[in-house]
Design a protein around this ligand. Structure first.
Ligand code: TPP
Ligand code: MG
Length: 656
């Protein structure tokens, strides 16, 4: 490395060492190994302005190898991001700091996404790169023209989600996406050869990427490789051959340097070895100066961009979309749909209602970008006449994600994080198991992505227990900050869509049925009852002796049971529970009054009991599943597993 660049990179090395040493834990190896590559990228290529971290047309930098967080924190500090002070570096991994163990979205300007679960950053970056192309098509290259850079390690490339991500990116020819692979041939357990013999270059090429190798400690080679990447017509992988822990004389090149404080002796030896004579957390001005200059490099470009935005006829629309605000009349058609459905709706599957809702709102909310993991016809996620999002102009609004549930969910995170897009994507509810790690990150980050999960119970029928969710509602409800919606009919489906779209700080799952179910909301109310999370759908006719709770398709079962009971003079209320998480946010007196104190409480849901005691108490009656389903027509399954109005009524009477 030439002298000024070498000391700039050494500043990253020493800050990372010092921060890890002070915290007593962390990962020095990766930041030290990738310091040279990152210095070239951040001083010559990355388009950013440290004074304006939110500039919408900045390049996105994603540290997929999130354990190397000190690389990112050092870069933010050195290049002059105001909030990344020396004190924050000193507070690395401490409660409330801007420098958590792994980068966390929303804590720190300059952190584009939460990373740590390996492979997620790379897969989210694919979504960011899609968003860039799509918005460039919508608003023009004057306003949207930036690149997405990813630093990924061996672990990211070993994770299965990376395969989904790179094949999707290759198919979509995302030419402005570049992955810088930290090719250090080390993971935690030792040499990469212990567990992997993949020819990564061949793998990426097979997926449609252009690939180049560079010595990650040779600034000239890295610079030429990055310049080359910007000229390609497809996504690019640069295999950066590096030495993990570069600069730590007794540790570099070994797995011991991956993730621990190296100790005072090694830190001192590293300082000697690098020729770095400064105290911990001290960076001399002559090194700050070129770093701060690099951080201001983009200011002129940003100002020119702002001037273009100021005079653009698309300005208001661009600013609204990027701010994540819905159009003023977003829900006009949806509200009309609700009024029509209340006046009379046929029995239909809630997935069909969802498709009908989308038909009505899709043109009103231009930032909606849909898709499905190869189940478009089953998920009812495609709106007629919508163009497919694909090159060369990328203006389409429907993504053929292919059979890649995990990659889809992670890409949706990237679409939402990029801004200007509200992503929704479909698969069978049972396969949220495949996408769960990405859903969890969306919940942790607090971003608006909408998962459409159809075929939400044994009611899907003949495909059998492999496809029938049983524990999934409970498992999804267990996740903090995820809204799980299970609407009962057309009206509730529309209400839940509206709530999901308004949920700016939490992702949503819409659990929808394959099988037909009758209308349960048949009187005009003029209020979004699902916005209470749970509400009384039918009052007791006779003095109330039973309360029956249900969600989705089992609301009709509950209403049927109520009819049977009332016919025998037994008063029964029915409570629909389309979204438990929203119910938990209601005032306590509402919650208590709704649950009530009838002698018998029953819940009906074609899933497991877990969680329902919240409504029915530990002595309540649960009518649902206790094991896996079976392959048969839906009606015979409901009978076989005893999820019928008769079974509910019988259980209530037995208890009374
Ligand atoms: C999904 C997931 N599994 C496991 C881990 C724990 N983990 C963190 S880093 C790492 C090894 C990564 O190796 P590599 O990407 O080559 O990083 P390097 O050691 O080169 O810094 C593992 C297994 C994780 N963060 N995420
Ligand atoms: Mg490695």
């Amino acid at each position: 490395m030439p002298a000024p660049l070498k000391s700039m990179a050494d500043a990253i090395r020493v800050l990372s060492l010092d921060a890890v040493e002070r915290a007593g834990s962390g990962h020095p190896g990766m930041p030290m190994g990738m310091a040279d590559v990152a210095t070239v990228l951040w001083t010559r290529f990355l388009k950013y302005d440290a004074g304006h971290p939110d500039w919408p047309d900045r390049d996105r930098f994603v540290l997929s190898a999130g354990h190397g967080s000190m690389l990112l924190y050092s870069l933010l500090h050195l290049s002059g991001f105001k909030s990344m002070t020396l004190d924050q570096l000193k507070a690395f991994r401490q409660l409330g700091s801007a420098t958590p163990g792994h980068p966390e979205y929303g804590h720190t300007p300059g952190v584009e996404t939460t990373t740590g679960p390996l492979g997620q950053g790379l897969a989210a970056a694919v979504g960011m790169a899609i968003a860039e192309r799509h918005l460039a098509a919508r608003f023009g290259a004057d306003l949207v023209d930036h690149r997405t850079w990813v630093v990924a390690g061996d672990g990211c490339l070993m994770e299965g989600v990376s395969q989904e991500a790179i094949t999707l990116a290759g198919r979509l020819r995302l030419a402005k996406l570049t992955v810088l692979w930290d090719d250090n041939r080390i993971t935690i357990d030792g040499a990469i050869g212990l567990s992997d013999a993949t020819d990564q270059a061949a793998r990426f090429k097979a997926a449609g990427w252009a690939v180049k190798a560079a010595d990650g400690h040779d600034a000239g080679q890295v610079r030429r490789a990055l310049a080359w990447a910007t000229r390609q017509d497809r996504p690019t992988l640069i295999a950066c051959r590096t030495t993990i822990g570069k600069g730590a004389p007794n540790f570099e090149g070994t797995h011991d340097v991956h993730g621990k404080a190296l100790g005072a002796d090694e830190v001192a030896a590293t300082r000697d070895h690098l020729g770095w004579s400064h105290e911990p957390f001290v960076v001399p001005d002559e090194i700050y100066r070129p770093w701060r200059a690099a951080g201001r490099r983009g200011a002129r470009t940003r100002k020119a961009w702002e001037a273009r935005l100021a005079t653009s006829p698309l300005r208001a629309e661009f600013e609204r979309a990027v701010a994540g605000e819905l159009p003023r009349h977003a829900f006009e058609e949806l509200d009309r749909f609700i009024a029509e459905a209340e006046a009379g709706q046929p029995a239909a599957a809630t997935r069909q209602h969802s498709g009908a809702v989308l038909e009505r709102i899709f043109s009103q909310i231009p930032e909606l970008v849909g898709g499905s993991a190869d189940l478009t016809g089953s998920n009812n996620t495609y709106v007629r006449n919508t163009r497919i999002l694909d090159g060369p102009d990328y203006a389409g609004r429907y993504i053929n994600y292919g059979v890649r549930e995990h990659g889809m969910a992670a890409a949706m995170n990237g679409l939402a994080l990029h801004g200007g897009v509200i992503p929704y994507g479909g698969t069978f509810l049972v396969f949220t198991d495949y996408s769960r790690p990405a859903i969890r990150l969306a919940a942790l980050m607090g971003i608006r992505v909408i998962h459409v999960g159809t075929h939400d119970s044994i009611g899907l029928g003949e495909d059998g227990p492999t496809h029938q969710p049983v524990e999934h509602l409970a498992a999804l409800r267990a996740m903090p900050n995820l809204k799980v919606f299970r609407p009962a009919d057309a009206v509730e489906t529309a209400e839940c869509w509206k709530l999901a779209l308004e949920s700016r700080r939490a992702p949503s799952v819409l659990a929808l049925s394959r099988q037909k179910t009758p209308a349960v909301r048949t009187t005009p109310i003029g209020e979004n009852l699902s916005a209470r999370g749970a509400y009384q759908l039918a009052a007791a006719g006779h003095p109330a002796q039973a309360t029956i709770f249900a969600s989705g398709t089992e609301v009709a079962v509950a209403l049927g049971a109520r009819d049977l009971l009332e016919a025998e003079g037994i008063g029964a209320r029915v409570i629909s529970t389309p979204c438990w998480e929203i119910f938990e946010d209601q005032p306590l007196d509402y919650q208590e009054a709704l649950i009530g104190e009838t002698p018998v409480r029953v819940a009906v849901e074609a899933g497991v009991r877990m969680g329902w005691d919240r409504f029915i108490g530990s002595d309540g009656i649960f009518i649902g599943m206790t094991g896996f389903g079976a392959s048969a027509p839906d009606k015979s399954l409901y009978r076989h597993f005893g999820i019928t109005p008769e079974a509910v009524a019988h259980a209530v009477k037995a208890r009374l």
